[in-house]
Design a protein around this ligand. Sequence first.
Ligand code: NAP
Length: 530
Amino acid sequence: MLDYLVVGSGFAGLSLAYRLRDAGFTVQVLEAGSDVGGTWYWNRYPGAYCDIESLEYQLGLPTLLQQEWRWQGKFASQREIEAYLQFVADRLELRPMIQFSQFVEKAQWDESTRTWQIATRQGLAVAARHVVFATGCLSKAQYPRIAGLDTFRGQLLHTGAWPREGVDFTGKRVAVIGTGSSGVQVIPEIARQAQRLYVFQRTANYVLPVRNELLSDDELARRRAAFVQERKAAFRSPAGVAADAPLDRTDPALTPEKLEAELERRWNAGNAFSFLGALPDVFVNLESNRIIADFFRKKIRQIVQNPVLFEKIVPRDYPIGAKRLCLGMHYYDALQKPNVEVVDISQSGIQQISASSIQTAEAAYEVDAIVFATGFDAITGALAQIEIKANGQTLRDAWAQGAHAYLGVLVSGFPNVFLVTGPNSPSVFGNVVVAIEQHVEWIVRLACTLRDQGKIRLEVARDVEEQWRTQVNAIAKDSIFKMTETQSWYMGDNVPGKPREFLPYLGGFGAFQEICDASAERGYPGIERK
Ligand code: NAP
């Protein structure tokens, strides 16, 4: 029987496969896609790239990876990240451990044998002592429920499940629904090809322009030499990335002019974390938040000349950062092209879809293709679609009133299950690769401790898990996420019926690392082992 069955072969699954095998465990990976990559396998829409710098968005262990892989640009495209993950799988000889095109549908705990029985849609059955779900936070595509959608006769696409063979929009009339991080990336690319592009915008978003640039050999050599130190710093940082420190609001020398100049500098640098983090209390103080948002609006006004278009697309409805800040290359330029029209659906939404059109309260838009850039059932969606069952209860049911996991990894009632970047952990509230590594290291260390103690079953105590959840909620309580009614995948309420709750841990990557380290050093209190 296997020691560990890992579900998923993105950053987390590959990292786990390597680290668990290295620690002497038997490991098998099941992957739904036909190759490695996870999120970066499925999100292959044109214009997809990462909003975190490539040199920070890579695995830390083993160190040979950073020395051997050459990133081309400051920001990496989906293609480059996918190629990187293929390189990781090949270089670390992980492929023999992975079975592709296997969608895990069920995982059933057998208390009598203390094993998990795993079944895939394709008919594979595997028994393992432990299961690790490395299924990703933004991997279950979310399609809106719109009347008549099933009658549409043109092409239907979702940015999160883009066809491998690509799509040619030449000469077509295309609708993009959604203007979040995925929408603002795909829109300029489709605008380049399509005869006509309708952008259906429900909420105007803050889109920070970024300029990509090639990495010189000198810069690469310098960063490679510094990587280990930089990664250590990332573990201790607020968001798992290197960013400029916040300004000191109490400093009398920080005049409004100096603040403006500093915001301008951070805007030009195109680093979301430096820009948003210019004022330390941007997530908890609406006045500080407004200063940054006002600056943002002023910048958009400078880019968008047409006052009617500006009024349509300027974000006013929510504090900056309450939805994840989008990074875009040429987004505002694309909206000003003659073949592009922004359709404001903030008031009455989309009424209906017919065989060939999208209808709003004001007009019908004839289209050949609809692209849903409508996001994900985030953090819990990929897990809830699997029937994970232990002692008569499914994980889906356990989370019916809100998701919870001790440190984002362990769920009471589900022995020998590990999540990676689950609810109540920093996860996607920053650099997810660093969050993944925090979890992978903690899981592998705990796995080794269990083995060294001669135990085969572990489960977190319910009260310990509950205390952690209370702590996570207490931190979020006074934040802009709770102060306003802003809907987002952070809060889970972008999915109808999903309980509204701030899912990530907001205390920062550094604080989270200290908590994880303290748990390990104190012998994992609250985690019962038999
Ligand atoms: P998202 O941020 O959840 O955005 C979804 C968009 O679809 C929003 O504009 C939303 O409008 C709209 N929408 C949803 N349902 C709708 C409906 N029924 N009618 C009309 N509009 C609807 O999803 P995403 O853009 O895929 O991004 C999700 C996350 O993935 C990001 O926040 C980011 O963390 C990650 N991501 C990162 C990158 C990157 O690294 N550059 C790229 C893509 C994604 P409302 O705002 O009104 O709800």
